[in-house]
Ligand binder design. Structure first.
Ligand code: GDP
Length: 424
């Protein structure tokens, strides 16, 4: 059985926690898109971890962690991350890396940084992990597949060719030091030696695993609204964040994905630029940010304060629909226990008309939130294990959201730990 765990919002919904939890019953966990640009925070019996490139199932002895072909593979980063787990007492995870994954090159990070510098105030708020330059090169067909590391002559020739293009940009657009093809070749040979023991024909491996009836998780990064096609373009990421892409980024048939567990956050948060209709500011935002997540809403990769907002039913209904959500995990509900009233954005007013449909970006920029308010529950719900034991107003909030988004909320997360979960 293949299950995807993906985000309905702007990312940071708590997918890492849900993946870590569901990995207990799984054999294989796969990252299928993105790179080290976003972080997943996981709290379990080994401590608190911020993972960026490894799937969130690495903490169990029985799981295999896979880097799929759709990922932007930063090789030294991957090994640094594995080492940081081992250093803290986590058993060395079983890792497989797709021979068709492409390599995030040192110059992708440079280009990302230079471009943000060049755009100055008009930047996209990139994490400068090289993701946009990486995917641009992949589709411009000047990327490097892991498989290419193993043919030195072809590799050398291609590096020469790619450096020619890159150096024109470095010299004339960015006015920065040029790339040295020989140095780059040496770096790639080092990468080859690091990754060699883990390289695998992943789609074949998964084909066999599915035949044997193994439980497989596809772990998404970011959320629906950061998808390059269906999100708030251009303030999006550079690879698809949708469950559908799990089929491509892992190399499995789309019909094998039976369950699409879509993670929805009980309030809104976002990083980077872009329209954010239910955003709140000032003291109200500071308080939610301080209480949010586990120890505050600050980016796991950059430490940047996240933008905060009330629950947005318009964006979340769309986010669930575009994921094809079969069930929802509602997270960080415990954080909201301090509020007297909980505003929920149930419509967007655009040019004097109210809509419940999530618009394209140009219209989204003009949208103003239409709120309804539900009464708060004014207590701490952590530790509660049964849905019926939640305060009535808390259940009302959950059921209101469920009705708005039109997908069953099967899990309610009431704390950052593995066991802080209510199964409905
Ligand atoms: P991801 O990228 O979707 O995996 O999300 P992040 O890990 O970036 O952000 C989620 C944050 O919320 C992390 O700090 C988690 O530890 C925390 N978290 C997850 N679920 C809950 C929850 O139910 N309650 C609380 N208080 N924190 C949670």
């Amino acid at each position: 059985m293949v299950r995807a765990i993906v985000g309905a919002n702007w990312g940071d919904e708590g997918k890492g926690k849900i993946t870590d939890m569901l990995a207990k019953e799984s054999d294989i966990i796969i990252r299928f898109q993105g790179g080290s640009n976003a972080g997943h925070t996981i709290i379990n019996n080994y401590g608190k971890f911020a993972l960026h490139l490894l799937p969130s199932g690495v903490f169990y002895g029985h799981t295999t962690s896979v880097i799929g072909n759709g990922v932007a593979l930063n090789i030294p980063y991957l090994f640094k991350e594995i080492q940081s787990l081992v250093d803290r007492g986590v058993p060395k995870p079983r890792i497989l890396v797709s021979d068709r994954a492409q390599i995030l090159m040192p110059y992708h990070i440079l280009f990302d940084t230079y471009e943000e510098e060049r755009l100055a105030g008009k930047s996209f708020g990139s994490t400068k992990s090289g993701i946009a330059p990486f995917y641009s090169d992949k589709y411009a067909k000047i990327g490097f597949q892991v498989s290419e590391l193993f043919d030195e002559d072809t590799l050398k020739e291609k590096i020469g060719r790619v450096c020619e293009i890159k150096n024109v940009m470095l010299e004339h657009l960015y006015h920065k030091p040029l790339l040295n093809p020989d140095e780059l070749f040496q770096t790639l040979l080092e990468y080859r030696d690091m990754v060699a023991p883990y390289v695998c024909d992943v789609s074949k491996y998964l084909y066999e695993a599915m035949k044997e009836g193994k439980n497989i998780l596809l772990e998404g990064q970011l959320g629906s609204l950061k998808d390059p096609d269906h999100g708030i373009y251009p303030m999006v990421t550079s690879s698809s964040t949708l469950a559908a892409y799990g089929a491509i980024g892992a190399g499995i048939p789309p019909y094998e994905i039976k369950n699409i567990t879509t993670v929805v956050k009980a309030y809104s948060s976002a990083v980077g630029a872009g329209a954010f209709v239910s955003e709140i500011f000032g003291d109200e935002a500071d308080e939610l940010r301080r209480r949010g997540g586990d120890g505050g809403e600050f980016g796991a990769t950059t430490g940047r304060p996240r933008r905060m907002g009330w629950f947005d039913a318009v964006a979340t209904r769309y986010g669930c629909r575009i994921q094809g959500a079969t069930e929802v995990a509602l997270t960080v509900l415990d954080v909201l226990g301090y509020l007297d009233e909980l505003p929920i954005c149930i419509g967007y007013e655009i040019d004097g008309e109210v809509t419940k449909d999530f618009p394209t970006t140009v219209k989204l920029e003009k949208a103003k939130p239409v709120y309804t308010k539900l009464p708060g529950w004014k207590c701490d719900i952590r530790g509660i294990k049964k849905y019926e034991d939640l305060p009535e107003n808390c259940r009302r909030y959950v059921e209101f959201i469920e009705k708005e988004i039109g997908v069953p909320i099967k899990m309610v997360s009431n704390g950052p730990g593995r066991d802080d979960i209510i199964i409905r």
